[in-house]
Ligand binder design. Structure first.
Ligand SMILES: *[C@@H]1O[C@H](CO)[C@@H](O)[C@H](O)[C@H]1NC(C)=O
Ligand SMILES: *[C@@H]1O[C@H](CO)[C@@H](O)[C@H](O)[C@H]1NC(C)=O
Ligand SMILES: *[C@@H]1O[C@H](CO)[C@@H](O)[C@H](O)[C@H]1NC(C)=O
Ligand SMILES: *[C@@H]1O[C@H](CO)[C@@H](O)[C@H](O)[C@H]1NC(C)=O
Ligand SMILES: *[C@@H]1O[C@H](CO)[C@@H](O)[C@H](O)[C@H]1NC(C)=O
Ligand SMILES: *[C@@H]1O[C@H](CO)[C@@H](O)[C@H](O)[C@H]1NC(C)=O
Ligand SMILES: *[C@@H]1O[C@H](CO)[C@@H](O)[C@H](O)[C@H]1NC(C)=O
Ligand SMILES: *[C@@H]1O[C@H](CO)[C@@H](O)[C@H](O)[C@H]1NC(C)=O
Ligand SMILES: *[C@@H]1O[C@H](CO)[C@@H](O)[C@H](O)[C@H]1NC(C)=O
Ligand SMILES: *[C@@H]1O[C@H](CO)[C@@H](O)[C@H](O)[C@H]1NC(C)=O
Ligand SMILES: *[C@@H]1O[C@H](CO)[C@@H](O)[C@H](O)[C@H]1NC(C)=O
Ligand SMILES: *[C@@H]1O[C@H](CO)[C@@H](O)[C@H](O)[C@H]1NC(C)=O
Length: 721
């Protein structure tokens, strides 16, 4: 009897190891306090943050709060991401944010925040993405931001910020994207930026920057996009060294009060977009041939003289050439419309208000070439046939027409079978006819594309987007597009679930979170051609409307699992010998165990390959999860007693909606569990990962206590008395 008690004690000790470790799975108090301080500064008219009051931020799924899966060295969980995109929050940013020293992503985009950026943000030294676009923030950028040496992306565009770009940015040694457009930043662009070789995209347009353009920027080996439009570099020149930016895809210096000559950009092999319009550039246009990939050349509203370079008529991807309002002379090269266009291509040639007097060939452009010549002497030259039609000043036709891509299929599907008012619709390019499913709606914007006409590149975009999200092509539908000032291209995208069978017509929880996670953490691979993107909205309606809350990856269970593994390792090292010894002794003093223990050890032998059960098998085994078969419930969901078709009795843990994890994580966990064989641990028989369900199937231990189940995955197979 004494031995029995000792035995029980050891086991109790072991279990309490687990319990203690599990209890420590909470957010570190300093970060909980910081979150409270953040909330106190915010006004939340749509009540998104009402659940930021009770329980632990990680365990209670506070909106927008994402915690690391594993505890830190201090034994606590830490915040990984704060995602508060488009929640109509107003108020200001709390200085206490500085305490979130493990945070990777801070996203407050498209809210109504005002006030300044607190300098304490410089203490968030793990930060990779600082996303504050589209608020009403004012004041200047604190020098302390320079401490964010891990920062990959700084987005403060579309705010009311002023002051200079801090020189301390030279310390942002990992930064790739500086998006600071549409503010009132002023002063000189610091030449120190040229010492940050990681820089890819510099978007400084629509500010009040002045001084000169630092020639040193040409030392940036990776620079792809320069967009500085609508600043005032009064009287300065475009540095000739920019012609050495060998990776450049786009340079846009529209309306910058620049003078001097146009540098030679012909050595840049990937250049696609060149906009130097609305400056005071003079001299002639360099005649060297630009990249084959040029889509857009806008040199309008300058004081350029000389003739149109011959090489401009040999650019196969060209969509737009604007040379209006210059002093160009000579003749119009007719070779433009000799080169072949793809059927989706289009070319706009705007040569208005120059001094062009002739044409070198016949004036017979095809329908997909738009030519404007009014305001040139050529219009008065009666000897040129057809010239009149290109010299009329019709209204319109100047802007980039909005083109919507309506891939409306001519399907004859029964309309009642897919009620659109119910957030379902027929998937436009589904591989099976009349597949009715519910889309996720993504409002997406290309911030600085390297083209000016989308149709030729729609397919390329669709492939890029779906591949990046690991979706099939038919799962994306570009519902509409429209151009905005910038120019930027906004798109209304619909993402449909994969067709598996006619009854699976929504994404499951983990898919939604996977897709959202990729988009909100900017994990789409950067492309030069499509440029940086903005996520304006990720709308979850209808069947998805309850999915908005909760972590992207399942924090809690993984946390417990980590603790269990840590605990198990420690316990094994310290207690294993003792326990083994005691067990052997205990069992000698016990009644023979029930025969099931023998059968279970047989299963243990067999389980090397864990079995994947169908959902149907699970419903049969539990009589459709009848409450009479329920053994108990834990934080993750309920545990049922089930009988498999071969009469094996099993315990089935069925994860609840809020506890589901990504399929990959789930399978990794199963693999891990299947490797954790020990004769004193209960065995995993199989799992079910179907129909949006996640279940773990264990051998059934009639004498195991409920507490063991609730603790985690594993418990000793010996009975606890
Ligand atoms: C957002 O908040 C402002 C006040 O801050 C309010 O006027 C506006 O209606 C809100 N918009 C939505 C969509 O709730
Ligand atoms: C930032 O952290 C440092 C030490 O890590 C501390 O001395 C400093 O006071 C903190 N600054 C702010 C503004 O919180
Ligand atoms: C950016 O600023 C420019 C100039 O003020 C303005 O025309 C444009 O609409 C703004 N863009 C956005 C997205 O706010
Ligand atoms: C722009 O900067 C100049 C000084 O360079 C200043 O005088 C002017 O007020 C600023 N304008 C705005 C709108 O901030
Ligand atoms: C050029 O920029 C100034 C502000 O810097 C703005 O007022 C003006 O409207 C812009 N002109 C064009 C043609 O965009
Ligand atoms: C461009 O680079 C070459 C070689 O590195 C150099 O000789 C040349 O001076 C550079 N051009 C300019 C304008 O900086
Ligand atoms: C030009 O564009 C094509 C396709 O868009 C791309 O494959 C190619 O690499 C580009 N060429 C250069 C020199 O960047
Ligand atoms: C073009 O303009 C420049 C000065 O802006 C002048 O030196 C040059 O002679 C002009 N060339 C022609 C062909 O008019
Ligand atoms: C554009 O022009 C090409 C060649 O002239 C022609 O084959 C093509 O059909 C035209 N495309 C459109 C949309 O008009
Ligand atoms: C061409 O010049 C005329 C007269 O100066 C002007 O009214 C017209 O707006 C100009 N056209 C363009 C496209 O700027
Ligand atoms: C699709 O086409 C229909 C009919 O042409 C039109 O009414 C609708 O607005 C279009 N949808 C989009 C998103 O452009
Ligand atoms: C985002 O989606 C919500 C829900 O559909 C909508 O109310 C809101 O207006 C959208 N915001 C933007 C910027 O599209």
């Amino acid at each position: 009897m004494l031995r029995m008690r000792v035995c029980g004690c050891v086991i109790a000790l072991w279990s309490s190891c687990f319990v203690l470790l599990a209890v420590a799975q909470v957010l570190i108090p300093s970060e909980v306090n910081a979150l409270r301080a953040v909330k106190n500064r915010l006004s939340d008219p749509r009540k998104h943050l009402t659940n930021w009051n009770n329980g632990d931020p990680c365990k209670s799924h506070w909106t927008g709060v994402f915690c690391f899966n594993t505890v830190g060295a201090d034994g606590y969980l830490h915040l990984e991401e704060l995602q508060l995109l488009n929640m109509n929050l107003s108020g200001s940013l709390a200085p206490e944010l500085g305490q979130l020293s493990h945070l990777l992503i801070l996203d407050f985009m498209w809210n109504e925040l005002s006030g300044t950026i607190p300098k304490e943000i410089g203490n968030m030294t793990s930060l990779k993405l600082l996303l504050l676009s589209g608020n009403k923030l004012s004041g200047s950028l604190p020098d302390e931001l320079g401490y964010l040496s891990k920062l990959n992306r700084l987005q403060v565009d579309q705010n009311y910020m002023s002051g200079p770009i801090p020189k301390s940015f030279v310390n942002l040694v990992n930064v790739k994207h500086l998006h600071m457009n549409n503010n009132s930043f002023s002063g000189q662009i610091p030449s120190e930026l040229s010492k940050v070789p990681t820089l890819l995209h510099l978007l400084f347009d629509n500010n009040n920057l002045s001084g000169y353009l630092p020639p040193e920027l040409s030392n940036l080996p990776n620079l792809r996009i320069i967009q500085f439009d609508n600043n005032n570099f009064m009287g300065n020149e475009i540095p000739a060294s920019y012609g050495n930016l060998s990776q450049l895809a786009k340079i846009s210096l529209r309306n910058c009060s620049l003078q001097g000559e146009i540098p030679d950009f012909s050595r840049i092999p990937s250049l696609s977009y060149l906009d130097l319009s609305w400056n005071r550039l003079s001299g002639s246009i360099p005649s060297h041939r630009l990249s084959h990939n040029m889509t857009t050349i806008d040199l309008s509203d300058n004081q350029l003289n000389g003739s149109i370079p011959e090489s401009f008529s040999d650019l196969p991807s060209l969509q737009k050439l604007s040379l209006e309002n210059n002093l160009l002379t000579g003749s119009v090269p007719a070779i433009w419309w000799k080169i072949s266009f793809s059927t989706k291509a289009r070319l706009k040639l705007d040569l208005r208000n120059n001094s062009l007097s002739n044409i070198s060939g016949e004036l017979n452009p095809p329908a997909n070439v738009t030519l404007r010549l009014e305001g040139n002497p050529i219009c008065k030259n009666a000897s040129i046939q057809n010239v009149g039609q290109f010299c009329r000043s019709e209204a319109g036709g100047d802007g980039i027409p909005d083109s919507s891509t309506n891939s409306t299929q001519t399907m004859t599907c029964p309309s009642q079978a897919c009620p659109t008012d119910n957030f379902y619709e027929y998937v436009p390019s589904s591989p099976v006819p009349c597949f009715c499913a519910s889309p996720i709606i993504v409002e997406y914007r290309l911030k600085s594309p390297s083209f000016s006409y989308f149709p030729p590149y729609i397919q390329k975009f669709e492939m890029y987007f779906t591949r990046s999200l690991d979706l099939s092509l038919y799962q994306l539908s570009i519902d509409s597009i429209f151009w905005q000032e910038g120019p930027r291209l906004q798109m209304h995208l619909k993402l449909f679930p994969m067709f598996i069978n006619p009854h699976s017509n929504t994404f499951n929880f983990s898919e939604v979170h996977r897709i959202r996670g990729i988009l909100t953490s900017w994990e789409l691979p950067p492309t030069d051609f499509f440029g940086p993107y903005e996520l304006l909205n990720f709308t979850l309606l209808g069947p998805y409307s309850n999915m908005i809350i909760g972590p992207r990856r399942m924090g809690i269970r993984k946390g417990i699992l980590a603790a269990i593994i840590t605990g198990a390792v420690a316990s094994f090292v310290i207690l294993s010998a003792t326990v083994m010894l005691l067990i052997t002794r205990c069992s000698r003093h016990r009644d023979r165990p029930p025969s099931r223990r023998h059968s279970s050890s047989k299963i243990t032998m067999k389980i090397d390959g864990v079995k994947a059960f169908t959902f149907k098998e699970m419903t049969l085994a539990t009589r459709n999860f009848d409450s009479s078969t329920q053994l108990g419930r834990g934080g993750y969901g309920k545990v049922y007693r089930g009988i498999l078709s071969d009469d094996t009795i099993v315990a089935i843990k069925r994860a609840e909606e809020g506890s589901l994890q990504g399929e990959k994580e789930f399978l990794t966990e199963i693999e891990l569990l299947s490797r954790l064989h020990h004769r004193n641990l209960v065995s995993l028989v199989g799992y079910c990962d179907e129909e949006g369900e996640q279940m773990l199937v264990y051998e059934f231990m009639p004498n195991g206590t409920l507490r063991d189940w609730l603790c985690g995955m594993k418990f000793p197979t010996f009975p606890v008395s």
